[in-house]
Design a protein around this ligand. Structure first.
Ligand SMILES: NC(=O)c1ccc[n+]([C@@H]2O[C@H](COP(=O)([O-])OP(=O)(O)OC[C@H]3O[C@@H](n4cnc5c(N)ncnc54)[C@H](O)[C@@H]3O)[C@@H](O)[C@H]2O)c1
Length: 325
């Protein structure tokens, strides 16, 4: 791909430009959680444009059926993203079976919600011993996605940084990274956390030609919640957006090698006619304390991703002098 410039705010992504679909032909794309919901829609849309998609999911039946249906443009790999080893196998399979033996686009989409149970929610008996919570949502959404990121960086850097290839990482986040969502305890922590991952990574990943973007869906109909709850939400005035708009947003990001460091929101068409728009909430544009503080932060932390940090700086960032660190 063309050299990525250092991340700088240059205004919102123009979402009215349609995706350049031809860019997907022959690209190797991993979609975690690709057996259902918006992941599945994304798999279908990318495969239809000639990409080779690796579906990484725990749902063997749906994943295998989808891969069979989309053959030869898709394969299924059983992968629980909380398992480092299963994710390694996924990346290896993506490279081994794709037309150019590459890994170009990684869509970290797998996630679970409080529908799976959130142990931070129950108010336990204050007179009984405290109950240690399970943190499964953190394990999947946060730790699993950090494994995906770490592996994407590894495998992106194994292949030449040339225009025919890409090094594109996309996170499926959520609108809850901007709005308060009572009772969504762990889920909200993870989606804010992943937005944080995008913002820390975009400041360094360009050095390795890796671009990272965040997609924040509003309410989308999927298996993540029950049909009964969906119906109740509709009665309460919630507007759902179609899964296909998520797929189109993913495609816009995956086919424009100049887009780096943005969050795009999926919205109902009444808000943005394309079904998605730049969130424009990740940069300090107005003069003030936060903008000044951001500028200071970028000035004092001068480390380059690898070289600067390991050779001339201590782990906390101080300059090494006279052999003392
Ligand atoms: N549906 C919504 O309203 C909505 C809104 C905002 C964000 N999201 C996010 O979108 C993403 C996709 O969700 P969806 O709504 O399409 O849900 P979905 O349940 O339809 O699909 C999620 C897929 O992820 C898979 N999965 C779950 N745990 C996994 C694991 N540990 N390893 C691998 N695969 C796993 C599931 O088997 C499923 O195929 C999630 O990250 C979710 O948080 C959904």
């Amino acid at each position: 791909m063309p050299p990525l410039p250092k991340y700088e705010y240059t205004g919102p992504v123009d979402c009215t430009i349609p995706p350049d679909r031809a860019q997907l032909k022959g690209k190797s794309v991993i979609v975690t959680g690709g057996a259902n919901g918006m992941g599945e829609s994304t798999v279908r849309a990318f495969a239809a444009e000639g990409a080779f998609v690796t579906i990484a999911d725990v749902n063997d039946e749906r994943g295998n059926n989808l891969a069979k249906e989309l053959h030869p443009n898709a394969q299924f790999v059983h992968c629980n993203i909380t398992s480092w080893e299963e994710q390694v196998q996924t990346f290896e399979a993506a490279i081994a079976n794709s037309p150019n033996r590459s890994c170009d686009v990684v869509i970290a989409n797998a996630g679970i919600s409080r529908a799976s149970g959130d142990d931070l929610w129950p108010l336990d008996d204050p007179n009984a011993p405290p109950v240690k919570p399970g943190l499964a949502i953190i394990d999947v959404n946060m730790i699993g996605t950090l494994y995906t990121w770490k592996l994407a960086v590894h495998y992106f850097r194994k292949q030449p940084d040339v225009p025919e290839r890409d090094r594109c990482f996309i996170i499926t986040g959520s609108m809850v990274a901007w709005i308060d969502s009572p009772a969504n305890w762990q889920y909200t922590c993870t989606k804010y956390g992943l937005r944080g991952l995008m913002r820390v990574a975009r400041r360094s990943s360009w050095e390795q030609g890796i671009r990272i973007n965040y997609v924040a869906p509003c309410y989308i109909k999927s298996a993540i919640r029950s049909p009964e709850y969906e119906a109740e939400l509709t009665r309460k005035g919630v507007q759902f957006a179609p899964q296909e708009d998520v797929a189109m947003c993913m495609m816009r990001l995956a086919t424009d090698q100049t887009i780096n460091g943005h969050s795009l929101m999926i919205t109902p068409k009444s808000v943005a006619k394309e079904g998605f728009k730049d969130a424009e909430q990740d940069d300090h544009i107005e003069e003030g304390y936060l903008k000044r503080n951001q500028e200071t932060q970028l000035r004092v932390i001068e480390d380059q991703w690898q070289v600067g940090w390991s050779k001339t700086r201590t782990a906390e960032g101080a300059t090494k002098s006279n052999g003392h660190s």
